[in-house]
Design a protein around this ligand. Structure first.
Ligand SMILES: Cc1ncc(COP(=O)(O)O)c(C=O)c1O
Length: 485
């Protein structure tokens, strides 16, 4: 009998050498948690610390993923993650077999239904008590996950015949990106992100994970997506560990730019070439603004559809959700879907279980009522037509802004950057700070915009009625002209 004091949850461990694995992990049996793995003196991967304990369930998942790009890409935390069987499986067993009383779950029941305040019931007349107030599953409501997968396939016809995991519900796209960071980003890693990016990536990557961002210029000299700069950044980030994490966000926040079909093909070819050269790639597709493309040659499908099943060294992770696609920003409804060439159902299951460990250990489960509401909304007969109507409204505003910019010469020091999709467009401020322009617009004209990195002023035309676009942009131009003087 061996014992270890590394973690009080894992005391009284019984040595069992048959579980010695390739990374120098020794798996032992514990009296209170059935089996755990303790890192021996010969740590194979060189990242886990000697003495660190892996739960046997984590180790089983790691073994399922061993030899795959997904397995190699896992962070230390990702390697440790697993979905505990304890409470939830006992509860599931009771649901099936406790014919007398079910006293397992941490909820309160009356008359066979979860207790629900009348004031809550009145706000949610379309939901049953179970849908409205009961805990949902950790990975999301199964019927909603299946429906979302069906929608991904409908919206991305080139996914036809390509395998992917079942989408896992997460509480919003922010959580989606953050959970992927938990699973795959170690401190000291570099994550490839263009110079124009959604600022929350910085908080997730740099502050939560002590990793760095490798930036490249989003636009090339001709105002297109800068594929060679992206390639150089990936090569640089992969120089030491032959792995790279890349975030692609189209339609993009803040630029409002979506690559053309030929640029998308170039991105795809470049990523395949990098994978061919032996680099393991996690490509995170942040598809928050999916469906808001306004120009004929815009990429209309997710890059996920181009990368799914494309290469053994590419793990594609799609982060999407109803937040913007379905105009329910506060619902906190997002999904993560994985695709990797050669991954089988068992391996997708292992990845999903690791993700479920991350969810269970953070929010426990995403909000259930909003999932049920969205599922019913997606089955509503007017769903697609209404979405088209609002996408058309965004497009009308987009064209109004384009027309205005085409007919009004910009003042010196203010340059509109290319945009063709989404909610936003940006101006480049030259010779003065974008923050100073933002404050002038706010203080002197009562107009709110966003300044980014002192250089760019982002305007969310998605929020502005078409009739107000002339006044908004005229004021921005006048204020900017004053900045330069
Ligand atoms: C690019 C991008 N990704 C993710 C998000 C966050 O989405 P959610 O509100 O679902 O967390 C946003 C929100 O502004 C975004 O612009």
């Amino acid at each position: 009998m061996h014992s270890t004091s590394v973690n009080k949850n894992y005391i009284q461990c019984k040595f069992s050498s048959k579980w010695l694995n390739g990374r120098g992990l020794t798996v032992v049996e514990s009296l209170d948690i059935p089996k755990v793995a303790v890192l021996s003196a010969t740590a194979g991967c060189g990242r886990q610390q000697k003495g660190e304990i892996l739960n046997i369930l984590a180790e089983e998942l790691n073994r399922s993923l061993s030899g795959t790009c997904a397995g190699r890409l896992l962070s230390d935390l990702g390697q440790r993650m697993f979905f505990p069987k304890g409470l939830l499986s006992q509860s599931a067993e009771a649901t099936e077999r406790a014919h007398k009383f079910n006293a397992t779950v941490g909820m309160a029941y009356s008359g066979g239904q979860p207790i629900m305040l009348e004031g809550v019931r009145q706000q949610l007349p379309g939901l049953s008590p179970k849908e409205a107030v009961a805990y949902g599953p950790t990975s999301g409501v199964m019927a909603f996950r299946e429906l979302w997968r069906k929608e991904i396939l409908r919206k991305n016809p080139s996914m036809k015949g390509k395998a992917c995991s079942l989408p896992v519900s997460v509480p919003g796209l922010t959580a989606g990106v953050s959970y992927l960071a938990d699973l795959f980003i170690d401190s000291g890693d570099t994550v490839v992100v263009p110079d124009m990016f959604w600022p929350n990536y910085r908080l997730i990557i740099e502050e939560r994970h002590c990793a760095k961002m490798e930036h490249y210029s989003f636009f090339d000299d001709k105002g297109g997506f800068n594929v060679p700069a992206m390639e150089a950044a990936i090569r640089k980030s992969a120089a030491t560990r032959k792995r790279s994490i890349v975030i692609l966000n189209f339609p993009n926040n803040p630029t409002g730019y979506t690559p053309s079909l030929s640029e998308a093909a170039a991105i795809q070819t470049t990523l395949l070439t990098l994978a061919d050269s032996g680099i393991d790639l996690l490509v995170i597709m942040d598809d928050a603004y999916f469906g808001l493309q306004y120009e004929a040659d815009n990429l209309r499908e997710s890059m996920f559809a181009r990368l799914a099943g494309a290469h053994e060294r590419i793990l594609a992770a799609k982060v999407d959700g109803s937040t913007k696609e379905d105009y329910v920003w506060g619902f906190r409804g997002g999904f993560i879907t994985f695709a990797g060439k050669g991954l089988d159902e068992h391996q997708y299951g292992a990845l999903v279980k690791k993700l479920m460990g991350v969810i269970r250990s953070s929010v426990s489960s995403p909000a259930a009522p909003t999932q049920y509401i969205m599922m019913k909304a997606m089955e509503h007969p007017g769903y697609l037509a209404e979405k088209e109507k609002y996408a058309a409204l965004m497009e009308t505003r987009y064209h109004a802004v384009k027309r205005w910019l085409a007919t009004h010469p910009a003042p010196a020091g203010l340059r509109p950057l290319p945009f063709n999709s989404g909610y936003f467009m940006c101006f480049l401020c030259e010779g003065y700070s974008a923050e100073a322009l933002r404050l002038r617009l706010l203080d002197e004209h009562g107009i709110g915009t966003i300044s980014l990195q002192e250089k760019w002023l982002r305007v969310a035309f998605s929020c502005i009625e078409e009739a107000d676009i002339d006044e908004l942009y005229s004021t921005i131009y006048k204020a900017a002209a004053g900045m330069k003087a």
